[in-house]
Design a protein around this ligand. Structure first.
Ligand code: 5AD
Ligand code: FES
Length: 345
């Protein structure tokens, strides 16, 4: 017990720990002291503010076949949809009225949207809402494409590395995908000037404690502005349908560890965490997370963006989701802010 206190204090003081110390923390049962230190650190940087991002899931077509993901190309059971530019702009308009100042455009790797179309959508959002940030989360692209979106006004980019271990990466993805290219994308995005978000799933099939340590070490190299983690959740129409869900304990411990290693980071309490446990997002905030990402997609398509089974927030209107999260964040002792929510390095 004393050891655990010592490791948490060391992480607070130095932002670093040995591999063995990290492995110990990831699996502790009594995480009270770790949580306290993480909350203390987050208070120093962000006070009680929780930032909110309006998530627009604009296409569930995807050319890839990640073994964990419900919208993988090979899932022929999945009904597919795409939002038009006008539909996307209308989501942003509604979101703006509700107090959102960041819009996250997320989708599968859908070749229907050319770079010109993405640039046009981005620049139109920025024209309508010059005081807002636009975040893209549309997968692996060439450096030239990333540069074009950036020049069109995109501010941020989310691309989880998923796992930083070469062998583990191969177990989660088809041969056509590589960890090397994913890393190339992340460093290109940083180099271009985006605020970059990365992250990984907790408890994905075949993941070991060493893999999780590699994830933390990779993040230290990348030094991203945003770090998104959430539990793996099986989807019935994927090869991983029979695997166990990721653990709540590990996910919360890792959120606290991330807060201590990356004090400045924007760390969301994810929808996957809220799906794993009815109070998962509140627990995430209390463990050190400081971002929530309610859904702004039209209700008609929400159920279709099914990365995993039983995803929450698929029946609610944008305003209901916002109100619900407002209450949830307050109940945890924090405040949802109307702010673009830039990183505080
Ligand atoms: N369970 C949990 N998270 C998932 N993601 C994709 N599929 C699943 C799943 N089955 C996550 C990936 C991706 C993000 C958009 O959603 O980490 O980067
Ligand atoms: Fe969407 Fe609660 S956050 S309904």
């Amino acid at each position: 017990m004393n050891d655990i206190r010592k490791i948490a204090d060391k992480l607070y003081d130095t932002r670093s720990a040995s591999d063995e110390e990290l492995k110990t923390l990831i699996d502790i049962n009594d995480a009270e002291h770790l949580r306290e230190r993480a909350v203390e650190r987050r208070m120093e940087y962000y006070g009680t503010d929780v930032y909110t991002r309006g998530l627009i899931e604009f296409t569930n077509y995807c050319k890839n076949n990640c073994l964990y993901c419900g919208i993988r190309a090979a899932n022929s059971e999945q009904e597919r949809y795409r939002l038009t530019k006008d539909e996307i702009l209308s989501c942003c308009g509604d979101g703006y009225t509700l107090g959102f100042r960041t819009f996250v455009l997320q989708g599968g790797e859908d070749m229907h949207y050319t770079d010109e179309m993405i640039c046009d959508i981005v620049s139109s959002i920025k024209k309508n809402h010059p005081d807002c940030a636009v975040t893209l989360s549309i997968g692996e692209k060439s450096r030239e494409s990333y540069q074009a979106y950036f020049d069109a006004g995109a501010d941020r980019y989310l691309l989880r590395h998923e796992t930083a271990d070469e062998e583990h990466y191969k177990k989660l993805h088809p041969k056509s995908m590589s960890l090397e290219n994913r890393k190339r994308c992340l460093f290109d995005l940083k180099d271009i000037g985006y605020q970059v978000g990365s992250g990984f799933m907790v408890g994905s099939p075949y993941q070991t404690l060493d893999d999780l340590v590699s994830d933390l070490r990779f993040l230290q190299k990348l030094s991203p502005d945003m770090i998104g983690i959430g539990p793996f959740l099986p989807h019935e129409h994927t090869p991983f349908k029979d695997f166990e869900k990721g653990s709540l304990k590990r996910t919360l411990n890792l959120i606290s560890i991330l807060r201590l290693m990356f004090p400045y980071a924007l760390i969301p309490a994810t929808t996957a965490l809220g799906t794993l446990h009815p109070l998962g997002r509140e627990m995430g905030i209390k463990a050190g997370a400081n971002v929530v990402m309610p859904n702004l997609s039209p209700t008609g398509v929400r159920k279709l963006y099914s990365l995993y089974d039983n995803k929450i927030c698929t029946g609610e209107e944008a305003a209901e989701c916002r109100g619900c999260l407002d209450r949830r964040v307050k109940s945890a002792g924090y405040n949802l802010t109307v702010d673009v929510g830039n990183v505080k390095r």
